[in-house]
Design a protein around this ligand. Structure first.
Ligand SMILES: [Mg+2]
Length: 319
């Protein structure tokens, strides 16, 4: 997350009438392919390799030119926020994505919408969607920390073929975060992971079923060429009441103004990002009329994207 709550508040208070620009930070230079690290290739993590569960909505991008590589969310680390945001937004522009969904998918969506309505039961709270991996927890599928014996827990789950036992790091502040927010928001988990894995993590985090209203999985995401999983916020009515916290900007690329981008978490015990997000949610989001406007004032993703677009067009004209 770019702003600590304090700096965000200062900026917000100093000029309440105008949207906050990311002052001087997002100086958009010409977007050259070299700006992307050669390492910015999507990597299929072990989970993806081991547990294939395709999302219900799949798009074939054979008609699109994938001129730019997809930027991996491991590049969303503290200190690299601006680079990450600029590169992802640039790649989204290059994708020029138009999502067309088929009738069948629309009817699935309708079923999901009705289910959500029943669960919410006329609640007028705002809705908080939380990503799981590298946002709330890190699962050590690679076993990198296995010998250090410092996991917060080990979860076990199985799919039809295999049993898994995976060490989990909880992001510092996770229980403060969830317990403070559960009275102010209706909270859902929205993960691009598989159902079996996600359910076992959710059960550990919320054994009494007191925090999360429901979990959405990979099958509820829009899958682009097996590379990007987009979380489909249009399954909710009233987008002005929806906020998603995720470590990947692609997750909410279709609803940029609904998203809070948090740095990726890989087990750092000194991480304080959840506290920053908690402060922002409590101070600014929980009582606002339209979360999208508030987020735009703070994070300005759409504004940045427009700047990049303009810059690209100008560069094009100069050629
Ligand atoms: Mg994630």
């Amino acid at each position: 997350m770019r702003y600590s709550c304090e700096s965000a508040k200062e900026d917000y208070d100093s000029d309440n009438s105008n949207p906050i620009k990311c002052k001087g930070i997002f100086e958009i230079n010409s977007i050259e392919e070299e700006n992307f690290s050669p390492k910015s290739q999507i990597k299929n993590d072990k989970l993806d390799n081991n547990l294939k569960e395709e999302s219900s909505i799949q798009l074939n991008l054979s008609n699109y030119n994938l001129l730019y590589p997809i930027v991996d969310s491991s590049f969303n680390y503290a200190g690299n926020y601006e680079n990450y945001v600029t590169n992802v937004l640039s790649s989204i522009i290059m994708l020029d994505l138009k999502i067309e969904q088929k009738e069948k998918e629309e009817s699935n969506k309708e079923t999901l919408r009705n289910k959500i309505k029943n669960i919410l039961n006329d609640s007028n709270k705002q809705i908080l969607l939380l990503d799981l991996d590298e946002t709330l927890i890190h699962a050590d599928f690679e076993g990198i920390f296995k010998n250090l014996n410092n996991y917060d827990t080990i979860i076990n789950f199985n799919d039809e073929n295999n049993n898994y036992s995976v060490g989990i790091f909880l992001r510092p502040g996770i229980y403060d975060f969830l317990n403070t927010l559960k009275d102010k928001f209706d909270i859902f988990i929205y993960t691009a992971s598989t159902k079996e894995y996600a359910n076992s993590v959710v059960k550990f985090l919320d054994p009494e079923n007191q925090i999360f209203k429901m979990t959405f999985y990979r099958k509820n995401c829009i899958n682009i060429n097996g590379q990007i999983y987009i979380k489909d916020l249009s399954i909710f009515d009233n987008l002005e009441k929806i906020v998603i916290v995720d470590n990947s900007l692609y997750s909410f690329m279709c609803h940029l103004s609904n998203g809070i981008l948090i740095n990726s978490f890989y087990g750092d015990k000194s991480d304080i990002e959840l506290y920053s997000v908690l402060n922002y949610l409590i101070s600014f989001v929980s009582n606002c009329d339209d979360i999208r406007k508030m987020n735009e004032q703070f994070f300005n993703f759409k504004g940045i994207m427009n700047e990049i677009k303009k810059n690209m067009e100008n560069n094009q004209k100069l050629k």
